[in-house]
Design a protein around this ligand. Structure first.
Ligand SMILES: Cc1cc2nc3c(=O)[nH]c(=O)nc-3n(C[C@H](O)[C@H](O)[C@H](O)COP(=O)(O)O)c2cc1C
Length: 325
């Protein structure tokens, strides 16, 4: 169905849809469900713990033969060079065919991964970052617009302009991130130059996502203005749910919680008001919890509906007029 699509040629998955790598969330239950549904599950690695990675990886491998990939968040792994080396050495021994890198310098792993036969996509939020990653030799890009959830570059541009600018500048396949929850967003991203999409917030609000149901329901309840940017020192910003807590953090009247506190308070305990779970502007487009299978199936069905709708805009070729005998 996606014959000729460079992203599915690289991932070997049925559909050019990724599930974004999300700390604590993108682990075996969610990755397995996404890969089984025909999309590309990506196992996150942000806590730098090989024991966790090994266990999650083995659980996914045991549950499905469908392709999945692994994300390497460069800056986080770099913090502990011994653990970084252990994770990468171990990973290269697993016969993994697809890795995404994010949050850091794309020159750090690309050559080494490619020398081992791994296909590498790098996530970036800037045109400069895209060019740097292509120069480093990546096979594809994940281009994240400012609508996206989580830690953001303070200078980033929204998806509509960013995708076109990156498409104009590079030749590698692009996977669009930010503001996409269904086939309408996917078709729009394809029109702007992407050949695949990735979704984060949509998959958090799935039955298979492991977070507390209060967090999922807060995403469903969020209006289009339901997210807020807060400073995330030393040099980042962060997009999360607009809650009493995040409004005060943005105003400078409340201290930001340490990173791991959100995991326990929100993901496990379900305290929405005193935390701010990562969420994209896409939260305002999510109206119900769904299974991963339903999200993927509906995205593909609505993608083709949108493509047909757009194709029907083209006037039929005029028949040559018959000459009168
Ligand atoms: C709960 C959550 C956690 C995230 N954690 C990470 C992360 O650990 N590393 C990362 O590179 N991106 C992370 N992201 C951002 C996603 O990779 C992706 O860019 C973003 O979700 C796309 O926008 P969307 O949520 O509107 O689909 C996270 C997003 C969410 C929703």
């Amino acid at each position: 169905m996606f014959d000729g699509n460079r992203v599915t040629a690289h991932t070997r998955s049925r559909y050019p849809i990724f599930q974004s790598p999300m700390t604590w969330i993108a682990r075996a239950p969610l990755v397995t469900a996404v890969s089984k549904a025909g999309a590309m599950g990506l196992l996150e690695n942000s806590i730098r713990d090989l024991t966790v990675t090994k266990k999650e990886f083995a659980t996914i491998r045991a549950a499905t033969n469908a392709p999945f990939g692994v994300n390497l968040p460069i800056r986080y792994l770099q913090m502990d060079p011994a653990e970084e080396k252990a994770i990468i050495d171990w990973l290269l021994g697993q016969g993994i065919h697809f890795v995404t890198t994010s949050a850091g310098d794309p020159t750090r792993y690309t050559k080494m991964l490619k020398a081992a036969g791994v296909t590498v996509y790098h996530a970036t939020a800037t045109l400069r970052g895209a060019q740097k990653a292509v120069d480093a030799g990546v096979d594809g890009l994940i281009v994240e617009g400012a609508e996206s959830a989580g830690i953001r570059n303070p200078e980033e541009v929204h998806t509509f302009a960013l995708l076109q600018a990156v498409r104009e500048a590079v030749d590698v396949p692009i996977v669009a991130a930010g503001g996409i929850v269904d086939g309408r967003g996917m078709a729009a991203a394809f029109a702007l130059g992407a050949e695949g999409v990735t979704m984060g917030t949509r998959f958090v609000a799935s039955f298979e996502s492991p977070v507390h149901v209060n967090y999922k329901n807060a995403i469903v309840a969020a209006p289009l203005t339901g997210t807020i940017m807060t400073d995330n020192p030393p040099r980042a910003r962060s997009r999360g749910l607009r809650t009493p807590y995040s409004v005060e953090v943005a105003a400078g009247t409340r201290e930001r919680l340490p990173r791991n506190a959100t995991l326990d308070m929100l993901y496990v305990q379900g305290d929405v008001d005193n935390t701010s779970g990562a969420a994209g502007e896409s939260a305002g487009l999510i109206h119900e919890l769904k299974s991963v299978q339903q999200i993927v199936d509906e995205t593909i069905a609505s993608f083709w509906r949108e493509i047909d709708r757009l194709a029907a805009l083209r006037p039929l070729p005029r028949r040559p007029e018959r000459s009168e005998a």
